[in-house]
Design a protein around this ligand. Structure first.
Ligand code: ADP
Ligand code: MG
Length: 619
């Protein structure tokens, strides 16, 4: 009886072709994986110029060709290169920990050739003949070998990808998705190798081109444009086990995705959730929690701390000392931001700049920090789109006069943040600013040296000032008894949350007692909040606490600090005297991180002298 009829199967050793097809599945998932392996081989071969040409017909990729001017291969090596586990890059397992090449597993060419038709043309550098080697391998089987006229270097053409693995072929997404993947992949590789010239084209149309350079910023500008490059500040840090270099965006340039945080470790473009998170953390309160910076960082780490052999595609690496590495990245990012002037500049797009609108006013767009570009300048007749009318709105002047009682309470709040407070600030990145006036009780206008106009959001500014004071000084969190304890009532759901927060709140100086059935007695608030004029403020504070989303990454304490800062700060719509505005500005300049409020919104924007001249057509 045939044992297989009983469900018992005979064990067989698979033939090499099948083994290679299975292995190929790991390395060659899709067209982009082919591009990755071939380009990495070219880089490993010391190429100075690499061309990537993609051809598509009928909505599918029909050919991938990668051409380099690298070392090339001898006829014997050319053949060996297609054998599984054939590599010139390591000889033993120990070599993995001093690896400086992108490849080492010796399986890429074998895998690609197992599932496609591959034509290789190669000639070694310095060869004294015109002829190079031409080799055709289809589905893992050598079909042709011969000589052909060839330049030094290597050209590999991959056609009929997945011809013998229909399931994999069917799995491919549409052409545009595949091209987008290839594009994204190449961006990362091109950035990691500024010393190589790359040219990527699709159906003979150039898609992405870089020229070899010693200035990585040139490569960034080439790929992501000058507008992006202009918003970058350099990062550099030297530690015993690691060197960090690269560029990160000022907070004014942020994205809703982390897709432009590109990291390379030892010149290998990789994805590391830990390092990405560290970059974002380095921004602290400079960015809203749902925005991500742009960052191009290159880490040179002691190769003994990096295990590259985690996955066949080597996109992930395992880091020993991951925590220390993350910490160092966070600090380097933070330090780079602290060193630079981060006031976002108002952007006037060139196209609109040329046209005058109906009113004869040149249209401009404000690009205040993280916000999407605001409405055209001329359209809402000014900058104060979100202005709440000032209390004494009868005044026709744009510069409103403060009321006496308003002035007194504002003075009081300003004094709170002028109290001496421990650690001296480290930055002086904001130039001296001379206040010119206040608009609509919300924006402070100030002049900077060099004829710049700076517009400051007074609430955001004061919020930043309060926030830093509360977070660094115990004294500021010191509880201050209320003359009349405030009573607040909450529905059961809120009451439960609030009850849990009582001990944390007490540490921050907010002393609340649970009175049962949804009633709470507020006995004390942080001293920094100053004299509390009514229970509304406390009620608001508790509401903020209950409504702010505890699921996000910041701690309860951080959340409470931010709420206290927001609630204590001078409101938008509070008319201030010139002297008060100047005090806010001076205090802001003395903060460690003056450019954004604790939620990451900008505190100020600038019109540079050059921009103003441009807008008034003085250039
Ligand atoms: P690995 O890169 O892991 O060594 P591959 O299968 O990608 O394995 O390549 C096998 C070998 O073929 C390489 O080690 C290298 O010696 C040679 N090779 C592949 N591509 C090129 C190239 N473009 N130029 C020169 N040599 C190459
Ligand atoms: Mg390789």
């Amino acid at each position: 009886m045939n044992p297989e009829e009983n469900g018992v199967r005979t064990i067989r050793v698979l033939d090499p072709a099948t083994v290679n097809q299975i292995a190929a599945g790991e390395v060659v998932e899709r067209p982009a994986s082919v591009v990755k392996e071939l380009v990495e081989n070219a880089i490993d071969a010391g190429a100075r110029t690499v061309r990537i040409d993609i051809t598509s017909v009928q909505g599918g990729i029909s050919a991938i060709r990668v051409t380099d001017d690298g070392s090339g291969m001898s006829p014997a090596d050319a053949e060996l290169a297609f054998a599984p586990h054939a590599t010139s890059k390591i000889t033993a397992i120990d070599d993995l920990f001093k690896i400086h090449t992108l490849g080492f597993r010796g399986e890429a060419l074998a895998s690609i050739a197992a599932v496609a038709k591959v034509t290789l043309v190669t000639k070694p550098r310095g060869s004294d003949t015109v002829a190079g080697t031409r080799l055709v391998v289809i589905g893992g089987v050598k079909k042709e070998k011969g000589e052909t006229g060839a330049p030094e270097g290597t050209s590999i053409l991959v056609e009929e990808l997945f011809f013998n693995t229909p399931a994999r072929k069917k799995f491919q997404k549409n052409l545009n998705t595949e091209l987008a993947r290839i594009h994204g992949l190449l961006e990362g590789i091109f950035l990691a190798y500024p010393q190589v010239s790359f040219r990527f084209s699709h159906n003979n149309r150039e898609q992405l081109v870089t020229d070899r350079t010693t200035q990585p910023l040139d490569t960034i500008a080439r790929i992501f444009g000058n507008d992006c490059a202009r918003e970058l500040v350099p990062v550099s840090s030297d530690l015993p086990f690691m060197r960090i270099s690269g560029f990160i965006s000022r907070p004014a340039l942020s994205r809703k995705d982390h897709d432009r945080i590109l990291i390379s470790i030892n010149d290998r473009y990789i994805s590391s959730a830990a390092v990405m998170a560290a970059v974002k953390e380095g921004y602290g309160t400079l960015l809203p929690r749902d925005r991500f910076p742009v960052a191009f960082l290159s880490l040179a780490i002691d190769t003994r701390l990096v295990d590259v052999n985690v996955h066949p595609t080597k996109k992930e690496v395992r880091l020993s000392k991951e925590k220390e590495i993350g910490e160092a990245v966070r600090e380097a990012v933070h330090a780079a931001l602290m060193k630079n002037d981060l006031i976002p500049e108002v952007v006037v797009p060139r196209r609109q700049n040329r046209e005058l609108d109906d009113a004869g006013i040149a249209s401009a767009r404000l690009s205040p920090g993280v916000a999407e570009p605001a409405a055209p300048y001329g359209a809402d007749r000014g900058l104060t789109e979100a202005v709440t009318p000032a209390p004494n709105a009868e005044s026709q002047s744009v510069f409103t006069e403060p009321t006496h009682t308003g002035t007194v309470s504002t003075d009081h709040r300003l004094r709170q943040t002028e109290l001496a407070s421990g650690v001296p600030p480290v930055t002086a990145a904001v130039p001296p600013l001379e206040v010119i006036g206040q608009v609509g009780g919300i924006y402070i206008l100030a002049a900077a040296p060099d004829g710049e106009l700076i517009i400051i959001d007074q609430h955001a500014a004061h919020e930043r000032i309060f926030y830093e004071q509360v977070s660094r000084s115990m004294a500021a969190r010191h509880a201050q008894e209320l003359l009349v304890p405030a009573i607040i009532h909450r529905p059961p759901k809120d009451a439960a949350i609030l009850r849990e927060l009582v001990p944390v709140l007490a540490q921050e100086g907010v002393v609340i007692e649970d009175f049962g059935s949804g009633s709470f007695l507020v006995r004390a608030v942080p001293a920094v909040m100053g004299k509390i004029e009514g229970p509304e403020l406390i009620d608001d504070l508790v509401s903020d606490l209950l409504s702010s989303d505890p699921a996000h990454s910041v701690s309860d304490r951080e959340r409470i600090t931010r709420i206290i800062a927001c609630r204590s700060a001078i409101k938008a719509g509070t008319v201030c005297t010139l002297e008060q505005c100047q005090r806010i500005v001076n205090q802001l300049r003395a903060t460690q991180s003056p450019f954004t409020c604790p939620h990451g919104r900008p505190t100020m924007v600038r019109f540079s002298r050059a921009k103003l001249d441009e807008m008034f057509k003085r250039t």
